[in-house]
Design a protein around this ligand. Structure first.
Ligand code: S3P
Length: 424
């Protein structure tokens, strides 16, 4: 994808539904009793993977007038799939479904694409085994074979904060005997906790721990999914780094577990306003961002879990800031759709940024204007989008190779980028 620099970036945008929430609503809908109607379901290829896997498990999933309808009949109605369950590029699909399948009395194999096959799976296999499921990984990775059955509740300390693993344990816990508690070293996104409550499940949250009692039934719920705030991050950074720019994003998710990147940008001097219009079940509202003179900052380890997906966009802001932008305690970035520390540093360095790669993060000396060149996405949607936004402010055109992967989370990214771009 060839991207020319733009004079400014402006517009009002409403983005497709949040990816994390869409996955969860579909899965909870399939475990519930009654019809769950999901409006504004994500257009991401990842969420289509979840729907496909649920359908393969005999869940009644339909699309009608743009809504996703899931007619749930409780977890017991899920049936063995005919073949391997293919999660595609989606770690959320594979890990969260592993939690559902741990409680189902049949054997099935979960797999994904080459990128997903490189990602760590023992972190989800371990607690599910402790609860009584048989889970085999392929040297710690996918494919995963799960033979579910009767489960017992567990008290599990996650070694690394992970909302996907927390969700898997809670979904297994719902099917287990007794109580299940998950503790995290730092808080990860809490959509599962909030949405379980919306489906009528009693969830206890205390400090860094979440507990649920097994055997609770889920009541179908309907919801309009707020716009994806992780997609919004790219448009926000585009407006910040170009002169005479302003974006307004409406109906977007403003869950504090997902908006920590806005706090970091504000610390960097960004002019960003937000307004919450609805609190339940997920805070939703608007974001306005305007051109800003940015300065570097430090993103400390404790802040990382709540902005892990936005670090590629933040790095682009860091490259356009004065002074030093530092990220540490983010080794987990190496376990994402690509090794994001390596791929991000490679792309920005190729564009002329002063970047130092570290084992658990990176340091960027902002200032020098980036130059258009050929950069690689490594098949990672967020790397493709980050480098594309960087290209808007570069000198000369940038060719982002293998950019089709943006469809994993934001299929319309390039048309939205074009709509906001003003002049060259
Ligand atoms: C997600 C959790 C995070 C995040 C991913 C989506 C979720 O992954 O990076 O994009 O929806 O729960 P981890 O749970 O592996 O940290």
């Amino acid at each position: 994808m060839l991207i020319a620099p733009v004079r400014s970036f402006r517009g009002r945008f409403t983005l497709p539904g949040d990816k994390s929430i869409s996955h969860r609503l579909a899965i909870l809908g399939a475990m519930a009793e009654g019809e769950t109607r999901i409006f504004g379901f994500s257009t991401a290829a990842d969420c289509a993977s979840t729907l496909r896997c649920l359908a393969a498990l005999a869940a009644d999933v339909r699309l009608r007038d743009g809504a996703v309808l899931v007619a749930g009949r409780g977890p017991a109605a899920l049936a063995p799939p005919r073949g391997v369950l293919d999660a595609g590029n989606s770690g959320s699909t594979l890990r969260m479904l592993a939690g559902v399948l741990a409680g189902r009395p049949f054997r099935c194999v979960l797999d994904g694409d080459d990128s997903l096959r490189r990602r760590p799976m023992e972190r989800v296999a371990d607690p599910l085994r402790a609860m009584g499921a048989s889970v085999t990984t392929t040297e710690g990775r996918a494919p995963l074979t799960i033979e579910g059955g009767p489960l017992r509740g567990v008290a599990w300390d996650l070694p690394v904060p992970s909302a996907q693993v927390k969700t898997a344990v809670l979904l297994a816990g719902l099917q287990a005997e007794g109580e299940t508690t998950v503790r995290e070293p730092a808080p990860s996104r809490d959509h599962t906790e909030r949405l379980l409550a919306a489906f009528g499940v009693v969830v206890a949250r205390e400090g860094g721990a979440v507990s649920i009692r097994g055997g609770q039934r889920l009541r179908a719920a309907s919801m309009t999914v707020p716009g994806d705030v992780s997609s919004a991050a790219f448009l926000i950074v585009a407006a910040l780094i170009r002169p005479d720019s302003e974006v307004r994003i409406e109906g977007v998710l403003l869950n504090p577990g997902r908006t920590a990147f806005i706090d970091v940008l504000r610390r960097m001097g960004a002019a960003i306003d937000t307004g919450i219009e609805r609190q339940e079940p997920e805070p939703t509202g608007w974001i306005v961002a305007r051109s800003s003179a940015l300065r570097g900052t430090e993103v400390p380890p404790l802040a990382v879990p709540a902005l892990i997906d936005e670090l590629p966009a933040l790095a682009v802001a860091g490259a356009h800031a004065s002074g030093t932008f530092t990220v540490s305690g983010a080794a987990e970035l190496r376990n994402k759709e690509s090794d994001r520390i390596a791929t991000l540093c490679e792309g920005l360095a190729r564009m002329g940024a002063d970047v130092e790669e570290r084992a658990d993060g990176f340091v960027i000396e902002g200032g020098p204007r980036l130059k258009g060149t050929v950069v690689r996405s490594h098949g990672d949607h967020r790397i493709a989008m980050a480098l594309s936004v960087a290209a808007l402010a570069a000198e000369g055109a940038t060719d982002v190779a293998d950019a089709g992967c943006v469809a994993v989370s934001f299929p319309d990214f390039y048309s939205v980028l074009e709509r906001g771009s003003d002049g060259g």
